[in-house]
Design a binder for this molecule. Structure first.
Ligand code: ATP
Ligand code: MG
Length: 496
């Protein structure tokens, strides 16, 4: 580790207020060349805000930012970039209708006499993509043709190709399945070995434990403490971010299903990738769908929910046959939360409205006027249970990433559906809140809701599910029943 005396970046007593919300309260921070800092903290603790200050995305309302010991005032992210600081933001930021190459080299295309050198651009793009394992992507296709995972990797490739002195990754793994995120780790290590300072934000504490030279913990806008490399354990991090010990989650126990009614039954169900899925899901079960990225997890969930049309076989949901439209799903009491919250937030609406939108016909009088008092009351109750931090009356875009995700899943936790289909429900959600959401799901299941969770994290499947179907290349390769362990899920995911 090429640590020099002088920190590359330092903050002194930095404050940031958004109106009346005090997002940062007197935070001091420093990072040295070649250092990997793991940044942890509950949703809304101020991690993204801190990194936005460092990268010139937002101006602090107090305190000092120093680069190489010199005070700076970034008026624009461009100025931070010129100082060698690059941020990969928490939210995806690609321009969808531009090519991958243009996205990678926006504002810095290789040119001669004012003309873009196309061959050069393609070659540089391929090199940048190869760095993150996207060797097979054609840089001339529009960014919209990539999967969300590929898009996320492109934003990381873009930042790396700028050869920054400080690389900030704000929850890169939130949008990536666990095994893809793991592919980033050697890249980060080699950048650090070459002297790049890296700030790595994540709620997946195991990643931080593997990568970080030091942990910087935030709580409620403040710096809550540090852990030196040898002190970094999951327990120590959990303590620092939450202030209270995390309660051990109860392990799922399988009850005999013989007398529980079948809620979903499929035979030979197939879609684009998924084939021959024979399932029987019972009332009150929490079912997991595991497997690697691209194994068909999400597609199987969509086929059950009627979000995607089937190409083969049959499926019956709640005795009414297949669901043909999302509308029919809602009418039959089926809730569906897709992967990635962008598609499901209503950005101009309040947090309270976003949390209760599934109930809209129940809380509106004559289906015209929403009972705002009732909406607020319901949203307040659920917000507490999922540990949502933020102003319920403010637009949802003012919430931190993890808190937006909580609002999105809350609407179905309130609705009391018979079948709940969740795709990566706890992505970006901190450990304490995650345990709270698991508990809510257990209670719903105990009351008779059948819950199906597509999830890339074996740990979460083990904690939550009575039964797991592990997908391999579109087929159900294994069915595991609690108690099962992480190793079994992983082994089944790689089976052929
Ligand atoms: N544009 C904004 N307007 C108003 N409040 C904001 C805005 N952006 C962030 N906040 C508030 O600032 C606080 C800190 O948010 P921040 O996004 O930094 O949290 P975070 O630690 O990154 O959380 P997460 O883990 O959920 O991403 C939160 O209370 C959030 O609601
Ligand atoms: Mg954040």
């Amino acid at each position: 580790m090429a640590t020099r005396e002088q920190p590359v970046v330092a903050l002194r007593d930095v404050e940031k207020a958004y109106g009346t919300v005090q997002a940062l309260r007197g935070v001091s921070f420093e990072i040295h060349a070649g250092e990997v800092i793991g940044m942890v903290g509950a949703n809304g603790a101020g991690k993204s805000t801190l990194n936005k200050v460092i990268s010139g995305q937002t101006a602090p309302t107090g305190g000092e930012l120093l680069v190489d010991g010199e005070p700076v005032n970034f008026a624009h992210p461009r100025e931070a970039l010129a100082a060698g600081i690059a941020l990969v933001p928490q939210e995806l930021s690609l321009i969808e209708d531009r090519s991958v190459a243009e996205n990678l080299f926006l504002g810095r295309m290789p040119k001669r006499l004012g003309f873009v050198l196309d061959g050069e651009l393609q070659a540089q793009s391929r090199a940048a993509l190869a760095r993150v394992g996207l060797d097979d992507i054609d840089p001339t296709v529009p960014a919209s043709e990539l999967t969300p995972v590929e898009q996320r990797l492109v934003t990381i490739a873009e930042a790396i190709s700028k050869q920054p002195r400080v690389l900030i990754l704000d929850e890169p793994s939130a949008a990536l399945p666990a095994e893809t995120a793991a592919r980033l780790e050697p890249i980060i290590r080699s950048l650090a070995a070459d002297g790049t300072a890296v700030i790595y934000v994540s709620h997946r504490l195991a990643e931080i434990q593997r990568l970080a030279h030091r942990v910087f913990a935030m709580r409620d806008g403040r710096h809550a403490g540090d852990l030196a490399r040898e002190e970094i354990t999951i327990d120590a991090m959990v303590q620092l971010v939450g202030g209270s010990a995390l309660r051990e989650e109860p392990r799922p126990v399988v009850k005999t299903r013989a007398d529980a009614p079948v809620v979903v039954r499929s035979r030979g169900l197939g879609g684009t990738l998924v084939h021959d899925a024979d399932l029987q899901l019972h009332r009150g079960e929490i079912i997991g769908i595991g497997g690697l990225q691209g194994s068909g997890r999400s597609e199987l969930l969509r086929l059950i929910g009627g979000i995607q049309g089937r190409s083969a076989g049959d499926v019956d949901v709640l005795g009414g046959g297949a669901l043909e439209t999302p509308h029919a799903a809602v009418r039959r009491g089926v809730g569906y939360v897709p992967e990635g919250r962008k598609a499901m937030t209503f950005p101009t609406m309040s947090v309270a409205a976003n949390s209760t939108i599934a109930l809209i016909t129940d809380i509106s009088r004559m289906r015209t006027f929403v009972d705002v008092g009732r909406e607020r009351e319901l949203a307040g109750g659920i917000a507490e249970r999922v540990r949502m931090v933020g102003d319920l009356d403010a637009p949802i875009t003012t919430l931190s990433g993890g808190n937006q995700q909580k609002a999105c899943i809350s609407r179905w936790l309130l609705k009391g559906v018979k079948l709940l289909l969740l795709d990566e429900p706890t992505v970006g959600i901190d450990v304490h809140a995650r345990a709270g959401i698991h508990q809510l799901l257990r209670e719903l299941a105990a009351e008779g809701t059948t819950i199906v969770v597509a999830c890339s994290e074996p740990e979460e499947l083990v904690l939550l599910c009575h039964r797991v179907f592990v997908m391999v290349e579109g087929g159900v390769a294994a069915e595991l029943e609690a108690p099962f362990n992480v190793e079994q899920v992983v082994a089944a995911s790689y089976a052929r």
